[in-house]
Design a protein around this ligand. Structure first.
Ligand SMILES: Cc1ncc(COP(=O)(O)O)c(C=O)c1O
Length: 415
């Protein structure tokens, strides 16, 4: 479906697909939503698919012997198939639905980390990680003693690949777990090189695609990683659903994460036997309506074309890089060669929260704080955090101009 990418990307047309973008706003100004990196807005097709599911085809899945349950089960499994195609997974059984990408990484840390990773093996993350890719490994370290190593980030906000290689050199690292794209710096990490280096040193690779999967076409087979995760609500889908992709051979070796209904084949009071993957990792009633919504979101971005979305966002990145450089007193965090539409910055001495509040008065929604990446902000000496503008497929150059204008005015105000 990437062939659609050849058709011109009509952002004005696309904006009409998102009901919230035409809602009247509190101060009578149009909404300039620059917080898609935190959670993206939803197109009508996603909203409608979820309503239609609840109105016409809703029942619990994998259980009922009646038609409605079969319809719901088919819809839920169709979402798995669409997700597998979206990531170019070899097999739909490699797709595990989770609550979000945080749960996906916790699943790997708890299950693979405790069941497959050996005592004495280390986990290697990086300074640019979201807390979701830090805390589960700290918990594993504190529980099981697996060392946690951290790859440095350069002043430009890129992974220090020499440091990565040095930290792999002793062959003790069992897993490299890094973001495919930073939610603060916008840096897109060199996943091909990371996978090649990690595998050469005997380590598996988990990629946190929470940001990247929204902005670029992801082909897990071409990348060659072992685990990949993303979260539905950033991909224009609903909250409450995320995805863990893992090679089937890993899922087969991994013990379950949660126990309960649906993840077993036999239960007696003496012992239970596990269902094969992915059911082994989907205990309890899953997020059925949310899976239907995610399927609609995947169909939506696929029909537009991930290539076309990436090209649109590259143009936005170039525009924002040039426009923000003209704002007096503004310092951008990171200057990676390969980056996506996430810009974290400081403005002279203005506190990020004050700045975000002022921008809100101009109808511009941005995020302020440390964006669940406290160690990264500490690395750059920014304990107060930053202000962050992040783009989606509906973002326009005009909105970036409005941001630059509002920032210039804000500086005058704070002076
Ligand atoms: C890079 C990255 N990883 C993980 C997450 C966690 O996503 P979720 O809260 O949906 O689990 C986020 C969300 O901001 C993110 O940007």
């Amino acid at each position: 479906m990437d062939g659609v990418a050849a058709s011109p990307f009509d952002v004005a047309r696309i904006r009409q697909d998102f009901p919230i973008l035409s809602q009247p706003q509190a101060r009578g100004r149009p909404l300039v939503f620059l917080d898609s990196g935190a959670s993206a807005q939803k197109p009508r097709v996603v909203i409608d698919a979820m309503v239609r599911c609840m109105e016409t085809a809703y029942a619990n899945v994998h259980r009922g012997a009646y038609r409605l349950s079969e319809l719901a089960t088919d819809a839920y499994e169709a979402a798995r198939g669409a997700t597998a195609r979206f990531l170019n997974a070899a097999d739909p059984r490699e797709i595990v639905f989770t609550k979000n990408s945080t749960e996906a990484m916790n699943l790997v840390a708890h299950s693979w980390g405790r069941g497959v990773l050996q005592p004495g093996q280390a986990v290697l993350i990086s300074e640019l990680e979201h807390h979701a890719n830090i805390v589960p490994w700290q918990m594993l370290r504190d529980d099981r003693g697996n060392e946690l190593r951290v790859c440095r980030v350069t002043d430009a906000g890129e992974l220090d690949m020499d440091d990565l290689e040095a930290k792999l050199a002793d062959g003790k690292v069992g897993l490299v777990a890094v973001a495919h794209m930073s939610n603060v710096l916008g840096t897109v990490t060199p996943v091909d090189r990371i996978v090649a280096l990690a595998h050469a040193h005997g380590a598996k690779v988990l990629l946190d695609g929470s940001q990247a999967a929204v902005h670029r076409r992801v082909d897990v087979q071409a990348i060659g990683c072992d685990f990949y995760c993303f979260t539905g609500h950033k991909l224009y889908g609903p909250t409450g659903i995320g995805v863990l992709w893992a090679r089937l051979e890993h899922l087969e070796r991994m013990p379950p994460f949660l126990g309960g209904g649906d993840m077993i084949s036999v239960v007696t009071f003496e012992k239970s036997e596990w269902a094969p993957p992915p059911a082994k990792f989907e205990a309890g009633t899953p997020a059925i309506v949310e899976a239907v919504g995610l399927h609609a979101a995947i169909d939506y971005v696929t029909a537009i074309g991930m290539g076309a979305i990436e090209a649109h966002e590259r143009a936005l990145v170039d525009h924002a890089t040039a426009r923000l450089a003209q704002v007096p007193g503004l310092t951008l965090l990171g200057a990676a060669q390969d980056r996506g539409g996430v810009f974290a910055f400081g403005l002279d001495a203005a506190h990020p929260h004050d700045l975000a509040t002022l921008l809100d008065r101009a109808g511009i929604a941005v995020r302020a704080g440390r964006h669940c990446a406290e160690p990264l902000h500490a690395r750059f000496g920014l304990e107060n955090g930053t202000t962050r503008a992040s783009f989606g497929l509906y973002t326009t150059k005009d909105e970036i101009d409005l941001l630059a204008q509002a920032l210039t005015e804000a500086r005058e105000f704070f002076k």
